[in-house]
Write a protein that binds this ligand. Structure first.
Ligand SMILES: Nc1ncnc2c1ncn2[C@@H]1O[C@H](COP(=O)(O)OP(=O)(O)OP(=O)(O)O)[C@@H](O)[C@H]1O
Ligand SMILES: Cc1ncc(C[n+]2csc(CCOP(=O)(O)O)c2C)c(N)n1
Ligand SMILES: [Mg+2]
Ligand SMILES: [Mg+2]
Ligand SMILES: [Mg+2]
Length: 333
């Protein structure tokens, strides 16, 4: 592979100008938004999962694979503040997969689709000489002009995140390196975060319903990568307060180094990270509390400085590099 990372590849293929005036946001955010009529904007995304890259027979059951393939896309709709409505599934099947296993994949999809009230409306099925590939497209909507963009952060904003962080990467580590019959109960908890992520639709809808400026991203590639994307898109710097990061009790069984490594660079969390003004954050805290959703202040937005993202710890500031999962570099580690 002669590409440094997928982000520079995406930049190269991004059209300089869009032809359709109904497109509000194209390439460059969690999902695309276009205006189909005058009171709703449509929000659309597609993410792909590949065997041996996103899952293996060891890490996920067929049901988990289906659940997660839909969950990660619902998560991108949530990261725009949208409500998911429909999904389409394109699947490339190698002959090593049995029909019963594929039906289990679709049962996993149907289970999460039922939870969020979304309908399967189409897709595509082909054979492949490689391994299993599933690409899910989700279509959603939000009130006109209310999409929550990565580019909306401003100096003085509070940086917040939903839920607790680092759990999925810890779960993956356990799945890859431990025998199933040795799992302790906290290890089983972490594994569930990896196999059955829960997209933060309700949190996204609360954030888009409040009529205030919010920048938002979902955490697929790790906090470091997602904060760097917000900082770059908004032309600001972000400072994360390391002592404020929300860590689950299950994750606290590991060394602080492991915890932080997973939080910053692990990814596959599908929690939301965003920024908003101090005043509006108080309102968000209140609404999230009423909805029983954990939200934590983890930092502040600054004028653009030397680094896009910094970590503040023990009175010092350090750069938080845009490291994390890189599709074109993983084999080299
Ligand atoms: N091959 C491609 N062709 C056209 N647009 C693309 C392609 N790959 C990504 N994009 C666009 O680039 C932007 C960033 O995509 P990316 O996949 O990094 O976001 P994400 O879905 O939030 O992250 P992740 O895939 O890690 O969950 C989005 O607007 C996406 O639609
Ligand atoms: C078997 C196995 N090995 C490694 C990983 C880790 N992994 C794969 S893709 C990805 C980033 C998110 O993907 P994307 O950027 O496509 O949304 C991560 C952290 C895994 N899940 N399963
Ligand atoms: Mg995203
Ligand atoms: Mg994507
Ligand atoms: Mg995504």
């Amino acid at each position: 592979m002669d590409l440094p990372d997928e982000f520079s590849f995406i930049n190269k293929i991004k059209p300089a100008k869009l032809k359709q005036s109904s497109c509000i946001i194209g390439i460059g955010d969690d999902a695309a938004v276009y205006r189909a009529n005058s009171n709703k904007d449509q929000v659309v995304c597609v993410d792909t999962m590949c065997e041996e890259v996103h899952f293996s027979r060891k890490t996920m059951t067929p049901f988990d694979i289906g659940w997660k393939a839909v969950a990660v896309n619902i998560s991108d709709i949530a990261a725009m503040g949208g409500k998911p409505l429909y999904y389409l599934v394109a699947i490339a099947v190698p002959n090593s997969w049995k029909e019963e296993e594929l039906l289990n994949v679709y049962e996993g999809m149907a289970a999460i689709a039922d939870k969020y009230n979304i309908d399967l409306i189409g897709g595509d099925t082909v054979s492949t000489k490689g391994s299993l590939v599933i690409a899910v497209t989700v279509i959603g909507e939000l009130p006109t002009g209310k999409a929550l963009l990565r580019s909306s952060a401003m100096p003085g904003d509070i940086v917040f995140t939903t839920g607790t962080l680092g759990n999925s990467a810890a779960g993956l580590e356990i799945l890859l390196h431990q025998e199933e019959n040795t799992y302790k109960s906290f290890e089983k908890e972490l594994i569930v975060f990896h196999q059955r992520p829960v997209p933060q639709v309700e949190a996204g809808l609360i954030l888009s319903s409040l009529n205030e400026r919010v920048s938002l991203n979902d955490i697929s590639d790790g906090l470091a990568s997602e904060c760097n994307e917000i900082a770059e898109a908004s032309n600001v710097s972000i400072e994360i307060d390391e002592h404020a990061l929300p860590i689950s009790n299950a994750l606290k069984n590991y060394s602080l180094d492991d915890q932080l490594n997973w939080v910053y660079y692990g990814g596959e969390e599908y929690q939301l990270v965003g920024t908003t003004s101090k005043q509006h954050y108080l309102q968000i805290e209140e609404k999230m509390k009423q909805a029983n959703i954990q939200v934590t202040k983890i930092g502040t937005v600054k004028e653009k400085g030397e680094f896009p993202v910094m970590i503040r710890k023990d009175g010092r500031s350090l750069e938080l590099k845009k490291l994390g999962y890189n599709h074109f570099r993983e084999g080299e580690k």
